[in-house]
Design a protein around this ligand. Structure first.
Ligand SMILES: CC(C)(COP(=O)(O)OP(=O)(O)OC[C@H]1O[C@@H](n2cnc3c(N)ncnc32)[C@H](O)[C@@H]1OP(=O)(O)O)[C@@H](O)C(=O)NCCC(=O)NCCS
Length: 113
């Protein structure tokens, strides 16, 4: 029902640098457009990675495709999760994201219908 994840922004930056196709494997076009539009993209990629891992924990998934868990924004700027593919009916999920220069974190919770 509840999941949390925390990662170092530098680790995400290094992974994206080292593996060019990682962006497309882990992040939807919308997530890439959002992160690439920010002053420090790696910080927002790291936050999205945390959000996906937090959702995996909240849903207790044994296997998953990162692209089936998409971070979106509400008009207020607050983040939300849209689930795709086999996960479509597993929500709704509440999400909170935070980041500093060094780290990014996210908490996800399955909201009882
Ligand atoms: C939302 C707010 C608390 C973020 O705090 P912060 O210390 O600057 O930033 P944090 O690192 O803790 O959090 C950043 C994340 O907060 C999330 N966020 C942004 N706006 C949010 C909101 N209104 N509610 C909840 N979460 C929000 C985003 O997911 C963001 O990460 P992302 O850009 O990678 O998606 C702060 O910007 C704030 O008080 N805003 C006032 C509300 C506001 O300006 N609303 C805009 C009206 S249109």
């Amino acid at each position: 029902m509840l999941g949390i994840d925390l990662i170092e922004v530098d680790r995400m930056a290094a992974a994206l640098e080292r593996t060019p196709n990682l962006r497309a494997r882990l992040f939807t076009p919308g997530e890439q457009a959002y992160a690439d539009g920010q002053a420090v993209p790696a910080r927002h990629y790291a936050a999205r990675f945390c959000a996906k891992e937090a959702v995996v924990k909240a849903l207790e998934l044994a296997s998953w495709d990162a692209l089936d868990i998409e971070v979106v924004h509400k008009p207020t700027g607050a983040p939300g999760i849209v689930l795709h593919g086999p996960l479509t009916d597993r929500g709704p999920i509440a999400l909170s994201i935070t980041h500093t220069r060094a780290s990014a974190a996210a908490v996800a919770m399955v909201v009882p219908a």
